[in-house]
Design a protein around this ligand. Structure first.
Ligand code: SF4
Ligand code: SF4
Ligand code: SF4
Length: 253
């Protein structure tokens, strides 16, 4: 029997699922080895149990948490897929301010009774806190990045199918950046989050002429004091530094 795999989305742009669908050739190869039983982007069938459930998106409402716990209970393995699922992504920045302040920023100074907001949605504003998947259920593996790296997805699935240990790097983006022989953007007077961010993306953004903004999340052993000092030396104010940190630092900020 082929392993049953399924995909589920919560609060996300669905870009990670699209990144997967765009790898048509690799996907066809994979589909010969697994049975795809749920994938809203591509099919309407559902199934009662899964060998591997892939979760895209962050968790906002309690009904989302209930749905996620149900998926977890019916899955042998559960994988968080993409920055939304792994760290809450940019939407988790809303956790930094009180819900009432979020409401005011979106609707201005109008109070709740004077704007047209359905009672069903008010709890979103009043109680919502953005959570990563692992803040709600146990997660077996994390595929980091915004979007996730399709090669990493395939490597993980192949490793699980072969009952081997998948290699998910716990090293800074700088390691891959140096392997690509990029000139460090700090040497060009710019700043970067690569030193404190999980690698695995092959330093994509720096290699393409930008900087790392940290979408793969904060390394557990990152030296934040040294990194902040470096950013200050490059002229960033403490407010600028906080904004840079909050962009992808997510639910752990
Ligand atoms: S991680 Fe990025 S690409 Fe993936 S669903 Fe979230 S916002 Fe979209
Ligand atoms: S550009 Fe960024 S990722 Fe590359 S070496 Fe410098 S700090 Fe690290
Ligand atoms: S270089 Fe940084 S921002 Fe770009 S994909 Fe990698 S971790 Fe994300």
């Amino acid at each position: 029997m082929k392993p049953k795999i399924a995909f589920f989305d919560f609060a996300s742009c669905e870009g990670c699922q699209l990144a997967l669908l765009n790898c048509e050739d690799l996907l066809l190869d994979l589909l010969s080895q697994v049975e795809l039983v749920e994938f809203r982007e591509a099919m309407s069938e559902t199934a009662p149990r899964y060998d591997i459930a892939f979760i895209e998106g962050s968790i906002h409402r309690e009904q989302d948490a209930v749905r996620l716990r149900d998926i977890r209970a019916r899955s042998t393995l559960l994988v968080a897929m993409g920055a939304c699922a792994c760290i809450g992504n940019v939407q988790a920045r809303s956790n930094q301010v009180a819900p009432a302040e979020n409401f005011r920023r979106v609707y201005g100074e109008a109070d709740r009774n004077r704007v047209q907001i359905d009672a069903e949605y008010w709890p979103l504003w009043a109680h919502t806190r953005v959570r990563s998947v692992k803040e709600v259920v146990a997660v077996d593996y994390e595929l980091r990045g915004c979007p996730m790296v399709a090669d990493e997805f395939l490597m993980l699935v192949k490793a699980l199918l072969n009952a081997t240990t998948p290699y998910l790097p716990v090293q800074a983006v700088c390691v891959e950046c140096k392997m690509n022989e990029n000139e460090c953007v700090f040497d060009q007077g710019e700043t970067c989050m690569g030193q404190i961010t999980y690698g695995g993306c092959k330093a994509l953004c720096v290699t393409r002429g930008y900087r790392c903004d940290g979408c793969r999340g904060l390394l557990p052993h990152a030296n934040l004091n040294a990194h902040r000092r470096l950013l200050r030396e490059k002229g960033l104010s403490d407010t600028d530094i906080e904004h840079r940190y909050r962009l992808f630092r997510g639910t752990r900020a």
